[in-house]
Design a protein around this ligand. Structure first.
Ligand code: URA
Length: 242
């Protein structure tokens, strides 16, 4: 692998930024300064130091973001703050959100440059579970819960797939539930609640497959996934089937 690609993959800067640093002699390989960006290294063995810090090669990065309301799920937007703007320190090329949360939806968003995992998690054939905490206007009767669980007509060709509802304590005439779905249709939760005569007043994603929003992660913050969280997600996508 070329030295400049290694440093870009490590999210240390753009190709031109890392090249400048290399040319200034601030990068060494196995203790020897290297000034050629196209230097070929063995990324699994060579010890690369960038401005005095040594780095072990990683191809893929995985972050959990606690998305706040008011930011859009996009990699860039001319007018609005995007979820990627909330990860400035790690925001390198190829990192993108897995799936989409509406602007007013909060909660768990996975951000990665592992396109294969993202693709599998989003694949309609994999039926990966997503759990949302939903507050809505008063519609949650035994009948509407039954409809939500067994499939509702949200205006698409097919009814929604079976879902799970866990009714939560309710207050001041509004209702709250945890809704687990295995699809990712556009505005799906809001449309499901509408289909049974209500409207969502607050929506937060709690989990995506095996990955759960970290209770200790403040809104607007992010953290890298642990090795276990990454391997559990990978394992899930190999066993979850049509
Ligand atoms: N369903 C919705 O309606 N909105 C979201 O943001 C996510 C799921």
């Amino acid at each position: 692998m070329r030295l400049d690609k290694f440093l870009c993959d490590m999210q240390l800067g753009s190709r031109s930024q890392v090249r400048n640093v290399i040319k200034k002699g601030l990068v060494s390989v196995n203790g020897v300064p290297v000034k050629s960006p196209d230097w070929k290294l063995n990324e699994k063995q060579d010890i690369v130091a960038y401005m005095g810090e040594t780095y072990t090669y990683r191809q893929f990065y995985y972050y959990m973001l606690h998305k706040p309301a008011g930011v859009v799920t996009a990699t860039q937007d001319r007018h609005m703050t995007t979820v990627m703007d909330l990860l400035p320190a790690v925001c390198g090329k190829d990192l993108s959100p897995v799936g989409r949360l509406d602007r007013d939806t909060e909660g768990l968003l996975l951000i990665t440059n592992d396109g294969e995992l993202a693709h599998k998690l989003l694949s309609p054939r994999k039926h990966v579970e997503k759990t949302y905490y939903v507050e809505c206007s008063g519609v949650l009767t035994a009948e509407t819960i039954n409809l939500l669980e067994n499939g509702v007509d949200i205006g698409d060709e097919e009814l929604t797939r079976p879902a799970r509802v866990k009714l939560m304590a309710q207050s001041d005439g509004s209702y709250a539930m945890e809704l687990t779905i295995t699809e990712g249709r556009f505005h799906q939760v809001k449309r499901m609640v509408q289909a049974v005569g209500g409207s969502v007043t607050y929506l937060k994603r709690l989990s995506l497959g095996t990955l759960c929003l970290d209770d200790g992660l403040p809104k607007g913050s992010y953290r890298p996934l642990t090795e276990k969280e990454i391997s559990d997600l990978k394992q899930l996508t190999t066993i979850t089937s049509a």
